[in-house]
Design a protein around this ligand. Structure first.
Ligand SMILES: [Fe+2]
Length: 170
């Protein structure tokens, strides 16, 4: 007799991301966001994964890297008050909120960039964009609880430092 074990939601999400990340380049960020959004609010998504927070800054934990396809999936853990810099992306990106609430602010290019809109991202909400120096945003945890989000970027994990974010303001 053969037993077929149902995949856990993380494996299922990574499989859907893998499919979406191999689609047409211009559509990858939206397709990967859809793949993340289908699973990201599942409470058990990160069961068995150790994703501690850091008191000094938000922290990334690698969930999966596919160097051949050129993308990596990370979980970001945000303590209350922690935020990204104001930045644009040198690679396509997609994200979804797993736990807590993040505030995403979009900016117009400028010296310094000017905020133009803000929205709250609750569990299950997604955001995405292509590599575009004029698409500027900041993510922040302005709530009173730790937040966790899942991000996929169209660049190898070992290139995150140099080839992922174009930081425009602290
Ligand atoms: Fe970003």
């Amino acid at each position: 007799m053969t037993f077929i074990r149902a995949r856990n939601p993380l494996d299922a999400m990574l499989a859907e991301i893998a499919r979406a990340a191999r689609g047409p380049l211009e559509a990858r960020h939206a397709a990967v966001a859809d793949a993340i959004g289908a699973f990201v609010a599942r409470p058990e998504l990160l069961d068995g994964r150790d994703c501690p927070c850091c008191p000094d800054r938000y922290v990334r934990h690698l969930l999966h890297a596919d160097d051949e396809a050129g993308y990596a999936v990370v979980a970001l853990v945000w303590r209350p008050g922690q935020m990204s810099p104001v930045h644009a992306h040198k690679a396509w990106c997609a994200l979804g909120v797993h736990q807590g609430v993040l505030t995403e602010t979009y900016y117009e290019p400028g010296e310094p960039p000017q905020p133009v809109s803000t929205r709250l991202l609750a569990p299950g909400a997604t955001s995405h964009g292509p590599a575009d120096p004029r698409l500027i945003h900041r993510l922040a945890n302005l709530s009173c609880r730790t937040a966790v989000s899942i991000h996929c970027y169209g660049v190898g994990f070992d290139r995150f430092g140099a080839d992922l974010n174009q930081v425009l303001a602290a």
